[in-house]
Design a protein. Structure first.
Length: 499
């Protein structure tokens, strides 16, 4: 069995940078048996000598130490700044430009049409996941690229979801109020549980299942997901189900809340506005327990994605990393590992919030539930940073495969955009200087995410605890947790991985 071990930057894209061979991308797992075949015909020299020496040449320990010190220093800096400064910053906004009017239903119909094309491509085009447009679009362009776009420009999903337009078309054809009014009231006690379970299922399919990139299987899975949520919107109402039930709608809404850019409607026109990221949470009401757990789940899943292939995890579950048995043999243990990652993160987060509340005289009504619902905003930029750093290499490499595949979506020999004969390259991963740059970028992303989270938590504390002194005391346990998670995140990007 051919095994690839990432010696320089560790787990970045479901297997680590060293697993970023053209045939070892997300598209590797057509089936358990085809994994071995795909790896065997990969560029054999890529995972050898020079790559294995990178870990000894890159000062990863210094980076981890520096990252931890940077996050700790940011907390000290926040502690000496006046509280009034943060309150002013929270409410400041700048209008940049007028936004064009884009009809939501039309944009959604376009998105649905694209999904239909991808469905056909998944079923009938080449079964090679590195040449089939569906897995490249789903796991690279959508899951990686679109998420990062949301983190920058706010929630674009209300325009680009594939349900709003088709439902509007059905209402127009039938003359009914289909999905506008619920047939059955969605229980308030359910909270965000449907969205959490659905997100967990998506994460399990991506991280644990045998063949998440198998085009026909992915096409059928995407169709089932779309149809299930369409029916749920008809039953429970489109607005309510997208607010609490549909995982992607909930996920992208939370991601969009920490974007520096967003759209604001003023005097009948929509403007592009710059605000402090996450200010809606800073001045808003606390999230419910179920919503808080959903946010924690997003960080837990991407963290376990990086951890699941490390020598540490494999050794813990009794697997020799040099004899990695493949995804099928790891399904059960990784399923429990994914759940355990969420439980551990939730317990640690609630513990830090509890200790912070104990350190100060909290205002009336500031229970553990309320405090956690406020401070969980600090987790969102960290989850986005983990997402960006973790998938940076898959975006750089699989993005090239996508550029080639989009010119021939149905494997008919077309060359629509002149890119069908593009030859993707991974040579930048076998060059010490370029790998060093990549590692530095990943480090900066992780550290910046934690600093942003630290600042948001401090702004929440200032807003609700009143004084800088009380805010700082309440944040000490959470700050310590963020420093630790910074080191953990950088360790994930530098420790050897298998598979």
């Amino acid at each position: 069995m051919t095994i690839s071990i990432a010696w320089y930057t560790g787990s970045v894209a479901r297997g680590g940078i060293a697993a970023i061979l053209p045939v070892l991308q997300k598209g590797v797992a057509l089936a358990a048996g085809s994994v071995v075949l795909a790896v065997s015909i990969a560029c054999p020299a890529f995972a050898h000598g020079s790559e294995r020496g990178f870990v000894m040449l890159l000062p990863t320990a210094y980076y981890r130490t520096g990252g931890a010190l940077a996050v700790a220093a940011s907390f000290v800096t926040l502690a000496i700044l006046p509280a009034a400064w943060f309150k002013t910053l929270t409410r400041a906004e700048l209008s940049c430009a007028r936004l064009p009017r884009v009809p939501r239903n039309a944009a959604s119909l376009f998105s649905f049409s694209l999904l239909a094309i991808l469905f056909v491509a998944g079923l009938f085009a080449t079964p090679d996941p590195l040449e089939n447009l569906l897995p490249l679009m789903v796991w690279t362009v959508f899951w990686v690229g679109f998420t990062l776009l949301q983190a920058l420009f706010g929630n674009l999903w209300p325009w680009l979801n594939p349900w709003t337009g088709p439902l509007a078309a059905l209402r127009s054809m039938t003359g009914s109020h289909l999905a506008r009014t619920a047939l059955v009231t969605m229980p308030k006690t359910a909270g965000y549980l449907p969205a959490s379970l659905m997100f967990l299922l998506i994460a399990w399919y991506e991280l644990v299942s045998v063949a998440p990139d198998n085009p026909p299987e992915l096409a059928i899975g995407a169709a089932i997901y779309w149809l299930f949520n369409l029916v749920a919107m008809i039953v429970f109402g489109q607005g309510e189900w997208m607010r609490r039930g549909e995982a992607l709608s909930v996920f992208f809404r939370f991601v969009g809340t920490v974007a520096p850019f967003s759209g604001r409607r003023r005097q009948g026109r929509r403007w592009l506005v710059v605000t402090w990221p996450g200010r809606r949470f800073v001045v808003g009401r606390p999230l419910s327990v179920s919503a808080t757990l959903f946010v924690l789940l997003t960080l837990a899943t991407v963290s376990f994605d990086g951890f699941s292939k490390t020598f540490t995890w494999l050794g813990f579950v009794g697997v020799n990393p040099l004899e990695f048995p493949g995804r099928s043999a790891m399904m059960t243990v990784n399923t429990f590992g994914l759940l355990a990652a969420f439980v551990v993160l939730a317990v640690v987060f609630y513990l830090t919030v509890y200790l912070g509340n104990r350190a100060v005289a909290v205002p009336r009504g500031m229970t553990l539930k309320a405090s956690a619902g406020l401070f969980v905003v600090s987790i969102i930029p960290i989850a986005i940073a983990f997402h960006a750093a973790h998938y940076l290499t898959v975006l750089l490499v699989n993005g090239q495969y996508f550029a080639a595949a989009i010119s021939d979506p149905f494997s008919l020999g077309w060359n629509l955009f002149g890119t069908a004969h593009l030859h993707p390259t991974t040579s930048f991963l076998s060059n010490l200087e370029r790998v060093s740059i990549l590692w530095t970028v990943q480090t900066v992303i992780v550290v910046a995410g934690h600093i942003a989270g630290m600042m948001l938590a401090h702004m929440v504390a200032i807003e609700h605890f009143g004084t800088t002194k009380r805010a700082v005391r309440s944040q000490l346990p959470l700050a310590a947790g963020m420093v630790f998670y910074t080191v953990f995140g950088l360790w994930l990007l530098s420790t050897p991985v298998a598979g």
